[in-house]
Design a protein. Structure first.
Lengths: 297, 314
């Protein structure tokens, strides 16, 4: 694993911002970090970056500890904060010069090329740029580095749809050359589109981890039965679970979730007294909603 | 493994991707993060800090360059006899506030020396020290630029020291401008026949000590907090309390000890214009206190900054 956290915890007095978070991100993976505001995503990232000292537990990137080897760790990571703030008096060109001087593995020419792809006017002073333009400028500086790990905290916030698509393409390209990307976002469709695996956080805890392939393989089955539902047969218990079951006026409404292929279930479904049935892929939104009801995109 | 980067950025180049878990200390033979791993100073941060303080420096340089000329010209408009008469009108208790005997003030050197305790110089020195010192950590933290800088492999110490060094060299350069102003105004001004400019060098050294002291204390407050305005507020309070302590110590024999609590006890430029070697020894004592406090505060601020949590910008 390239990025590893082990029971990482951060407390501020009586408030626990991150609680025993153990996570592993493999090299070359695009890893999605999901959760509403205050779930602990930014705290987790700031602990990995060494901005915060853990109350307990450890975080490592490429074997470097976030506290003891913070400098070496940051040499391996390119990080875009949630709200990237830049020097207001500098122009776009000066900003890219500055970051290229700070980091040996950041090429100014690459940063200019990324800015060009994002349609950014580098001659303009940062103070005169819109929030979206500043985001593009920060992205140009971050994505032009050759760091092994790229951590992007809500990179597409404030961007227009064209720039969003371009950013997702840049992330795919970074991943295609073997870089590991940690992508934190509220936009589930983006995460589903580019991530290979996601983790969902709630109230400082890592509550769920799943590969996007599994998310796509799973299905939701909504059925209205004309008769009584007798339960899931033991043989299928590992394939399907009942999410909701309500009976009224002689009919029963069911919501089932199939974690894997539908094939083993089809024969059993055909034996049920189905009045109506609707089958659709689960999707990330449904998984997310399981942990954060009402807080979906 | 080796991977080829697509020509999306106009270049095809090979890039080494380390095996997971492997230690990646070098890349392409170059030390990792070689531009950012300096312990003491970082060139990019140094230039950026100078860019931030450029306008304030230019404004103060213009003020301090012109002030000695204007001040000495205004002083020269009052004949010495009239000035001595004015001094005699000051109540005896108040005369203690000057820090030197009035007979010493009523000389050409004494009258020029009053320029160093004029608000233009004292407040200018304080404004530089407090505004630049407070911008060492809390300013960039508040503006959110600190986390962008520290996302790169740059030591916190190097970021801090680069800001601090820019502040101190800025102060030194401003003192150079003040000295040049005093020197030329004395050498070529209305009292050129009565005075030599070299006697004012120790007084300028005392101004530098005050600037470093204020900057160091402001940097310490800045390193411990997240709001620049709070650091400025604390230093303004410190300034007022120090000034009052000095006044109380001077005016009351019973409370003379209170004066020793004031940092301004070591800021007595009017005592340093005798032109004798003892002025340099006196300066050494004063600046040992001021520079000692300032540098100790700078170091303490660096230690605090290196160990603290950096909150997300508001």
């Amino acid at each position: 694993m390239l990025v590893v956290t082990d029971r990482l915890t951060k407390r501020y007095g009586g408030f626990t911002a991150l609680d025993g978070c153990s996570l592993g991100v493999a090299g070359g993976e695009v890893f999605g970090l999901l959760g509403p505001n205050g779930a602990g995503k930014t705290t987790l990232v700031r602990l990995i970056m060494g901005y915060l000292r853990p109350t307990s537990g450890t975080a490592r990137v490429a074997g470097f500890d976030s506290v003891a080897d913070s400098l070496a760790l940051r040499g391996e990571v390119a990080y875009l904060p949630g709200e990237a703030r830049l020097f207001r008096r500098m122009t776009g060109h000066e900003t890219l010069d500055f970051f290229a001087r700070l980091r040996a593995t950041c090429r100014r020419s690459d940063a200019v090329a990324v800015a060009g792809r994002l349609g950014l006017d580098l001659g303009r002073q940062v103070a005169r740029m819109s929030t979206g333009m500043r985001q593009k400028l920060a992205l140009s500086a971050v994505l032009a580095t050759e760091a092994a790990v790229v951590i992007l905290d809500e990179p597409t916030a404030n961007l227009d749809p064209t720039a969003r698509a371009e950013v997702l393409d840049l992330v795919r390209e970074a991943n295609a050359v073997g870089r590991t990307v940690i992508f934190s976002s509220h936009v589930l469709s983006e995460v589903e589109a580019i991530c290979g695996r996601v983790a969902i956080m709630r109230a400082g805890r890592l509550v769920h981890e799943q590969s996007i392939r599994d998310v796509r393989r799973g299905h939701v089955i909504r059925a209205r039965l004309a008769g009584r539902f007798e339960g899931v047969p033991d043989a299928l218990a590992g394939h399907v679970r009942v999410v909701a079951d309500s009976a009224a006026a002689g009919e029963e409404r069911l919501v089932l979730e199939a974690a894997d292929s539908l094939a083993p279930l089809l024969g059993w479904l055909a034996t049920l007294p189905l009045a109506e049935v609707e089958v659709e892929p689960i999707g990330l939104a449904a998984v997310y909603d399981r942990f954060h009801r009402g807080a979906v995109e | 493994m080796m991977a080829s980067e697509p020509g999306s950025l106009g270049v095809q180049r090979e890039r080494r991707v380390e095996a997971p878990g492997a230690s990646t200390g070098t890349r392409g033979g170059a030390p990792l993060g070689r531009r950012g791993d300096a312990w003491i100073l970082n060139g990019a941060v140094w230039r950026q800090a100078w860019g931030d303080q450029r306008l304030l420096w230019l404004a103060l340089a213009a003020l301090w360059g012109a002030f000695p000329w204007i001040y000495i010209w205004l002083q020269s408009q009052v004949p010495m006899g009239d000035f001595q008469m004015l001094l005699r009108l000051i109540p005896e208790d108040w005369q203690k506030l000057s820090g030197v005997k009035l007979t010493e003030v009523a000389t050409h050197a004494g009258r020029v020396a009053l320029a160093f305790v004029d608000p233009v110089v004292v407040l200018g020195a304080t404004v530089w020290g407090v505004t630049r010192g407070s911008d060492t950590v809390a300013g960039p933290l508040e503006r959110g630029t600190m986390e962008m800088v520290l996302a790169a492999p740059v030591r916190r110490w190097a970021v801090y020291a680069s800001h601090a060094a820019a502040t101190v060299t800025g102060a030194a350069a401003l003192c150079g401008v003040l000295l040049a102003g005093i020197w030329t105004a004395v050498a070529f001004g209305p009292w050129s026949a009565e005075l030599g400019p070299a006697r004012f060098v120790p007084a300028v050294g005392n101004v530098f000590g005050l600037m470093v002291c204020m900057a160091g204390l402001a940097a310490l407050c800045s390193a411990a907090g997240s709001h620049r305005s709070r650091a400025i507020g604390i230093l303004c309070g410190f300034y007022v309390v120090s000034l009052l302590a000095k006044l109380v110590g001077r005016l009351s024999e019973r409370l003379e000890w209170v004066g020793w609590l004031s940092v301004f006890n070591a800021y007595e430029p009017q005592r340093l214009v005798s032109g004798q070697p003892d002025a340099w020894w006196l300066l050494l004592g004063y600046d040992a206190v001021l520079l000692g406090i300032g540098l100790a505060a700078f170091v303490a601020g660096g230690i605090v900054f290196a160990r603290r949590d950096l909150p997300a910008p508001l």
